[in-house]
Design a protein around this ligand. Structure first.
Ligand code: A3P
Length: 319
């Protein structure tokens, strides 16, 4: 597996070395966003700038493909589980009471729905089965995704909760846990947009604008709405991805079964395989709205709110 990724990293060596970099944080800037480069964690190159360049050059979308797009820590895992369960509900009979054979009861949503810019996908594109995920910003997506008119579902989340979720996540995936990242430093970088895939705000507004320009092709969801009004948001999602619930399904509780299957309580119990390099448990922390108030200072909150206000100026987008 790694051999192929090494070839990809080598293929883009010159292109990457010409990019502006921030060596303190091992980041480089490509098409207006910051990325890690090379094998950057646990000898993996997922989400690296080279992986993005390779998917831009090599990936050919089909018009029937569906993409789940997000900035990290905004609810990607939940959206993957929901979309997978909705699209496969006949095959895996979520509506027959207990469904012991459902893949989501034994494997991670991340194994059910691969990331386009991951090593496993780049090495084996055929395993996607028409449903894929990506953290690539809208303007950097492989051209064929737009030209094939593929449907894209974007999930976003309150930036303060994203920062706190990201900070916890980073400290869990670090090789060297003896020196965890301080919240002050994580805040500083996040607010400057210097995270892998950042700036968060440009990522979000890029997809938001696309959802206004191409509403039949880009659906914009919010984590907070999905929490508050799960049933209606899940029905909206099912309709958008071409698999609406029938009246009979709504009546027989199919929507609620899918919500229960993909709920935090259920999935966080399933995904505890500590034998993996990166246990899937890492994608489940608290799963609540507004947890950031327990960590951020008043000043940090004011600064983040100000950035959000400026970046969302003139957009019908608030948190
Ligand atoms: P917290 O760190 O705030 O708990 P991503 O999937 O994009 O990496 O986002 C991870 C965040 O989504 C984490 O937030 C995680 O707990 C939460 N999450 C994961 N699965 C969820 C689910 N089924 N329902 C609600 N939230 C979920």
């Amino acid at each position: 597996r790694k051999a192929k990724m090494s070839i990809i990293i080598e293929r883009y060596k010159d292109k990457v070395s010409a990019l502006p970099t921030n060596d303190d944080h091992h980041l480089c800037r490509y098409e207006g966003f910051w990325y890690c480069h090379g094998f950057w964690y646990h000898s993996k190159a997922d989400f690296s700038v080279e992986a993005i360049m390779a998917s831009q050059e090599d990936f050919q979308a089909l018009p029937t493909d569906i993409f789940l797009a997000s900035y990290p820590k905004t609810g990607t895992t939940w959206l993957k589980a929901l979309a997978f369960a909705i699209l496969n509900r006949t095959k895996f009979k979520t509506n027959s009471g207990s469904c012991p054979t459902h893949p989501l009861l034994t494997i991670s949503p991340h194994d059910c729905v691969p990331f386009l810019e991951s090593e496993s996908f780049l090495n084996n594109p055929s395993y996607a089965n028409g449903l894929m995920a990506t953290h690539i910003p809208y303007t950097s997506l492989p051209k064929s995704i737009i030209s094939s008119d593929c449907r894209i579902v974007y999930i976003c989340r309150n930036p303060k909760d994203v920062l706190i979720s990201f900070w916890h996540f980073l400290n869990k995936v670090r090789d060297d846990i003896s020196t965890p990242t301080k919240l002050d430093d994580a805040f500083e970088l996040f607010s400057k947009g210097m995270n892998a895939g950042g700036s968060f705000w440009d990522h979000m507004t890029g997809y938001y604008m696309a959802s206004l320009e191409r509403p039949n092709k880009v659906l914009f969801l919010k984590y907070e709405d999905l929490k508050k009004d799960t049933e209606n948001e899940v029905k909206k999602l099912a309709k958008f991805i071409g698999n609406p619930f029938t009246e009979e399904e709504e009546y027989d509780g199919s929507v609620q079964k899918i919500i229960g299957l993909c709920g935090f309580e259920n999935l966080s119990k399933v995904n505890k395989d500590t034998s993996k390099v990166l246990s899937d448990d890492i994608y489940f922390r608290k799963g609540i709205v507004g947890d950031s108030v327990n960590y951020l200072t008043t000043e940090m909150i004011q600064i983040l709110d100000k950035i959000t206000k400026e970046k969302c100026d003139g957009l019908d987008l608030s948190f």
